[in-house]
Structures are given as C-alpha cells and as structure tokens.
Design a protein around this ligand. Sequence first.
Ligand code: NAP
Length: 526
Amino acid sequence: MTLEGKMLIGQQAIAGTQDPIHAINPATNARLDPTYPGGSREDVGRACALAWEAFDEYRETTLENRAGFLETIADEIEAIGDTLIERAVAETGLPQARIRGESGRTCNQLRLFARTVRAGEWLDVRIDPALPERQPLPRADLRQRHVALGPVAVFAASNFPLAFSVAGGDTASALAAGCPVIVKAHSAHPGTSELVGKAIRAAVTKSGLPQGVFSLIFGAGREVGHALVIDARIKAAGFTGSRSGGLALWQAAQSRPEPIPFYAEMSSINPVFPLPAALEARGKAMGEAFISSLTMGAGQFCTNPGLVIAIKGPELDTFIAAAKEAVEASAAQTMLTPGICEAYAGGVNAFANSGQVREIARGQQGDAPNQCQASLFATAARDFMASEALQAEVFGSTSLIVECNDSAELKQVAEHLEGQLTATLQMEADDTDAARALLPTLERKAGRILVNGWPTGVEVCDSMVHGGPFPATSDSRTTSVGTAAIFRFLRPVCYQDLPEALLPEALHTNNPLSLNRLVDGQREEQ
Ligand code: NAP
C-alpha cells in the first residue's frame, strides 16, 4: 500500500494545507517520506459535520452489524501485513517483535469489543413495568437503556503506535458504543496512522456504514486538536499523553458552552512496595526483576515502575545492590522520538541535580541517536514528602527508591502519593498484616493493585482497570483498557410510558434481542 500523506475525511483522502509534519526514524534521525501537511479548522469542521450526519444511523446499527464492523477492521489491519509492521518499526524505533505483538493485541482488542457488542450487556436494560393499581399512587411504565454519547475525538498515543493509536483502545471502545470517531493522529507515526486509517475506511465501506463514522486528521495539537475538542458536534474525547497536553485539552473541553467528558490518561509513577518478609526472602531476585520491568521498552510505558517504597535495612540494601548491578548492565535503547528522549534526559538531570537524591546507578550509554540510558536514584522518605518535583513522571527507564524508617513512615509516604494507574505489593505470607494495613490507602490511590507481579503488561479483558485518580487520569470512574472502557461513551436514557411501537427493540417486552435484563428487580430468564 502506497502512503499518500493525506488525511482521511470520511471516504475522501485530502491533502492538508497547514504546516507539514514528517516522521523521523528515531534510530537514525532520518526523515521518512511522505510529508503530511496539517489539516485546517475547515478540515476539522468537515470531519465533524460528517460524523454528526452519521451519528443517528450508526448508533442504531444492529448489534450484529456493529460487531461485524469491528471484526472487519481487525481483518483489514491484518491484511496490510508486513508493510504495517515495517513502517511502525521505522517510525518508533520499537523492536519488530514488540510491534508484531502489539498488532495482534490491537486486532484481538477489536474482536473482544465485537464480542462485547453482541452480548449487549452494555445496554444495561432495566424495566420497571407499570403498576396502575399501586396505592397511594400508580407507577408508570419505566424502561432504561444506554445510548451512545455522540461523535468522539481520539488523541492517539505515541507509545502504542497500534494498540493505543488510530484503531486502538479508545477508538475500539467508542465505535463499540455506537459513536463515530475522529482521530487526531500522533505526529510521531503518521505513516502507521495512514495505513491503519485506510483499513478502517475500507471496513466502513464493506460494512455499508455512512462515511462519517471515521475520519483521520493530521496536524498540530494546539490547532487541529484544540479545534476538534471545541467543536460543538464532538460529545466526548479520549487522550493518552503528557500531563500538560492532557490538562490543556481537558481545560478546552470544560470551557466549551457545552462541556464534555474528556478522558485523559496522563501521568503515573506506579509505586512498588517490597514488604519486609519479601525483601528478606528474595531481595536479590526482586531487585533484578524490578530492573527488567523498568527497562522494558526503554521504560516508555504508562505503567513503568518509577517508584519503590520500602523500609531501610540490610534486606533493602541487598535489593538495591542487585538493582544497581542490573541497571549498570542494561543496554541503552532507542526512544520513540527525539523530543521524548530530550525530555527524559532533562528529567533525569533535574533529579540528579535536585540535591535531594543520591544516584545509585546509570545504565550503559548509547552510541546511536535518541537512546535512553537507564538510571536509578534513592532518597529519604522525609525528603520525598517535602518535594513535589520528586513525584513527577519522567517518561523512560528511571526510578526512585524511597527509604523509610519504619512501617508508619511507609504508610505516610503511601498517603502522600498522587493518583496512580497501579500500585504493587511484593509480599510473602508473613507480610499479610502489613499489606492489609496498606490496602485502604492503595485503593484510594490506584486503579489496579498487584501482588508479586510488575505493573508493566496490561491484560485486555473484561475486568481490567487502566485508570486511577488524578493525575493518572482526568476521570477515575472508568478505564481506558478492557471492555468496561465502552461505558465512557454511553449514557442512560429512561423511557416513561412509551408505546411498544416507539420503544427501541432492546426494551420490547418480549425481549427480541435475548438480552440479560433486569425486569421488576429480577434478572429475566432467557
Ligand atoms: P503529548 O505531548 O501530550 O502529545 C499527545 C497528543 O496531544 C499529541 O497529538 C499532541 O499533538 C497533543 N497535544 C499536546 N499538547 C497539546 C496542547 N497543549 N493542546 C492541544 N493538543 C496537544 O504526549 P507525547 O507526544 O506522547 O509524549 C510526550 C510526553 O507524554 C512523554 O515524555 C511522557 O511524559 C508523556 N506520556 C505519557 C504516557 C502515559 O501513558 N502516562 C504515554 C505517552 C506519553 P502534537 O504533538 O501533534 O502537537
């Protein structure tokens, strides 16, 4: 498939007229063709108009048609084959095996949402039949289902060029909910975005859907991204990226005449708590495993373990010694973009020069462009709690060990943390009481709590929560990974005393869609 450097506005491929972006291979700093001229406000307006036109038809597609559409997108992505893998590797510097795995995850994710759509549980149908004889007042006939919010803006992430980009989790969950999607492509991987965008466009045609169900826009976030979020026809947005970018767009979404939900996944340092018995039993192995997780993918994961909190003593020293050795042996790895590499180096320097940390180790220096040199620091609990800067996310393979005097201070540090995507306990049976004492704090702070694992590696499934209190996300009530992500783009509507002929099929008395419904307080027999 030849890359054209054009946006996809509905079915049309349109060349932008604004400042161009071009991909850079971060492994070599070479420019990759073609150039992608940016879209204008008019292009954004056209995509929004098409999405609005498509909305009422798309949101009432049958469960089968919509599920089939998601499966067709997955088939079309697979049909691109190695061209997609090669382009994504060139644009991100990520290893081919990782990109292949991510491609599989992306297609599985679309198929999982297809299954979710078919099952129809997300409609959350509740029926309270009329009680005309009830005293002192009769009850009306009341029926509830969920409906799609409207066209959704998706801001693709830099660190998952497939699984959290054009056909990634935000797009899959919004399309599953019945919302047309307009993607603002991430400027770091425009070619990958075009290839996947064309796969979705082909699926729209094959599924006989209105063209406005999907559009793809290129250009600068502050212009086209902002224009997209403030367009009155956009009714929700999904974002993965920096805290500053997420907050700027969240602010724009809340300042509209009609504010909209803006689901931003921003920054998290994912604390790990190696508890005393675990440190005693396996401090060395844990130190090594910690660095494997920290250095995976050059640390460019939102779930990277950027913080370790433990009670000081010889057992923690063993953990630190093993981690130091593993960091020093770790090879430099190419980062996603020159900008991300520069921000990493700046963040590590700010840590090193803060006067509040001691450097434990640096990894091997790279000899190619844009490489991440891993690093590890330590600090005292009281210094950590006195400094806002030490809680800042540094995107890449760096972590900070916070040394506490005792369990009371460890709990204080946990209480002091900002919201997180994950919190991890490393524990043995003898740590159960200590873990139980920490759990209420961790539940208040994090979206996912792990025991004896490492936070990198997020399963896409029904029970996953990839979310958490601010600043991990802008809305802790939901998740951006897993099938529950569909609820971000739905809202309940109650129908009171509508005649059967006007009710949507899901609410018909004879349950023609065979849904699992709550009728008069009881689960309906199928
Ligand atoms: P980013 O700079 O926040 O960019 C993400 C998207 O938002 C891009 O499409 C960008 O557009 C747009 N954008 C950024 N600032 C904006 C603003 N003020 N107004 C409107 N749109 C704006 O994130 P990134 O490029 O992926 O990476 C930079 C940093 O993000 C990393 O160093 C890391 O700290 C963080 N990050 C965090 C996670 C996580 O999951 N926690 C994941 C990825 C990145 P343009 O760039 O095209 O203008």
